[in-house]
Design a protein around this ligand. Sequence first.
Ligand SMILES: Nc1ncnc2c1ncn2[C@@H]1O[C@H](COP(=O)(O)OP(=O)(O)O)[C@@H](O)[C@H]1O
Ligand SMILES: CC(=O)N[C@@H](CCC(=O)OP(=O)(O)O)C(=O)O
Length: 302
Amino acid sequence: MSLNTQRAGHIAQVLTEALPYIQRFSGKTLVIKYGGNAMTDESLKNSFARDVVLLKAVGINPVIVHGGGPQIGQLLQRIGKQSEFINGMRVTDQETMDVVEMVLGGQVNKSIVNLINNHGGRAVGLTGKDGSLIFAEKLQVTGETIDPALQTSEMIDLGHVGKVSSIDTSVIDMLIHSDFIPVIAPIGVGKNGESYNINADLVAGKIAEVLQAEKLILLTNTPGLLDSDGQLLTGLNAKRVSQLIEQGVIYGGMLPKIGCALDAVAAGVTTAHIIDGRVQHAVLLEMFTDEGVGTLIRGGGR
Ligand SMILES: Nc1ncnc2c1ncn2[C@@H]1O[C@H](COP(=O)(O)OP(=O)(O)O)[C@@H](O)[C@H]1O
Ligand SMILES: CC(=O)N[C@@H](CCC(=O)OP(=O)(O)O)C(=O)O
């Protein structure tokens, strides 16, 4: 069957529009945070995996950092346990930590690896323990950090929640250079070998920083960062973001996301993007079309 002229023209237009982007980004590193909320639907998961394989095929180096908050929640529910979230962070006792490690390092990590490999890619799954990739320490928060109105410097205990203290990229570099796609679960290791549950956005941001990635793409379940009327915001700076947080427009899971995007661009990542993982091929649309999608956060440039 032959293509009709209109469809052929459209395909040719799409491919030629992509060419300058492929040329620009070829050889560059792209860190993609794949949020648990964006991995709920089978066809979306397949479209994500195809995008990642295509990126690698045109010479871009995707590094995937995944979440899995809803998937952790499901298993906790099955064992009759509920989580409390403070500023988008799950308060993590020892039993919850065991579940987090099982779900993120096992079920979620391996299903993403499997999906990418089924689409012809070569993915390798890691947690922050593999190759001593992510060293972590306990995240210390005070009442004031959580809500300035509380005006208390009393510590709030989030349990085994960690923050990244350092990243050793050796294992990622080795995988990238051997044409593998690293798929990383956000679990860190402490100096005594203990495990830490780290918000996946924060891990993705730090990995983008140390790799000096061209882009950090955060895939989530909203069209991007929205204002109080539900309109898409873009081209934001740190001052505007602080105002939006004070006004309560940015809350919950969006707090670590926007925080790590700002930190990443301040540390040399060229651009960060918060995009809608519920849209088929969202990553390709962001990478290879003139319009792009979602919220763009730009750094000062290198
Ligand atoms: N200003 C905002 N714009 C868009 N979403 C926001 C905003 N403030 C808070 N959110 C919330 O942040 C959520 C995304 O964070 P999260 O649930 O942690 O997603 P993910 O699993 O992708 O990391 C959105 O679904 C929304 O409920
Ligand atoms: C400390 C903390 O909150 N860790 C997260 C780790 C997973 C994650 O970040 O998943 P999403 O990206 O899907 O939200 C959690 O326990 O849910």
